[in-house]
Design a protein around this ligand. Structure first.
Ligand code: NAD
Length: 239
């Protein structure tokens, strides 16, 4: 199975579902060995089975991205199992019900920041050294259209996703010259379990594979001079 990721090792957090599953399938179809990392073991195992059925290489690793220790263990597993780390899609995330700031309990804020922002800090902190060991690499963090625009009722989500872009730019400033490029993808609405059946379940939405296409490009050498960029992928809509 030849492709842009032949001989490369990838981590995809949130790889059990939606966008992360699509990225896992895409990277594996182009030759990567993929560590499908998620807190959902049955769905994560299903992603691995889909990859193997298509002739690719993957395995599941249980991770809770809110825990630095768990994230460090995930990176160590990729290195031990596959010999190193080349690319990563830091993508696991959650949404919450719509609520105004004045109605938002502090623990809801804290949970959102832990899952959607601190997680990306932990991933960067532990992935970059493993990539530098191999002479470089590429990382894509999943932000959102809500990381570029505000969202009434989504303040904690929007703030976390803005934070992901700040982390992306700072990490790029720190490591791009050493060979680790760091970009963010900012999807509009995408047809995944995250939005299905919610108030965000509108007609104009992407298939997860349309986001995976852009992530794969950003992780590949085809985008070798692109770093520190939030790339909006919304079909020209806004979400
Ligand atoms: P999804 O619910 O299909 O997938 C999210 C995955 O993250 C799930 O497999 C879930 O188990 C995992 N996850 C959640 N918390 C975790 C934790 N603490 N530790 C480990 N794994 C955890 O949703 P999706 O739409 O594919 O979302 C992926 C990313 O895309 C998220 O960061 C989301 O905010 C972002 N996003 C989604 C949309 C959309 O419209 N679907 C739009 C913009 C951004």
């Amino acid at each position: 199975m030849a492709g842009r990721f032949e001989g490369k090792v990838a981590i995809v957090t949130g790889g059990a579902s939606g966008i992360g599953r699509a990225t896992s399938l895409r990277l594996a179809s182009e030759g990567a060995s993929v560590l499908v990392a998620d807190r959902d073991e049955p769905m994560g195992t299903e992603t691995v089975e889909l990859i193997e059925a298509a002739g690719g290489t993957a395995s599941f690793e249980r991770v809770d991205v809110r825990s630095e220790e768990s994230v460090a263990g995930m990176v160590a597993t990729a290195v031990e199992r596959y010999g190193g780390l080349d690319v990563a899609h830091n993508n696991a995330g959650v949404v919450d019900r719509v609520m105004r700031i004045t109605e938002m309990a502090a623990d809801r804020w804290d949970r959102m920041i832990a899952t959607n922002l601190s997680s990306v800090f932990y991933c960067l902190k532990h992935e970059v050294p493993a990539m530098l060991e191999r002479g470089g690499g590429a990382i894509v963090n999943t932000s959102s259209g809500a990381g570029l625009h505000g969202g009434a009722g989504l303040a904690h989500y929007s703030a976390a996703k803005h934070g992901v872009i700040g982390l992306t730019r700072s990490a790029s400033d720190e490591f791009a010259r050493e060979g680790v490029r760091v970009n963010a993808v900012c999807p509009g609405l995408v047809d995944t379990p995250l939005v299905q059946g919610s108030v965000f379940d509108v007609d104009f939405k992407a298939d997860p594979s349309q986001i995976a296409e852009v992530v794969a490009w950003l992780l590949s050498d085809d985008s070798s001079w692109v770093s520190g960029q939030p790339i909006e992928v919304n079909g020209g809509g806004r979400g």
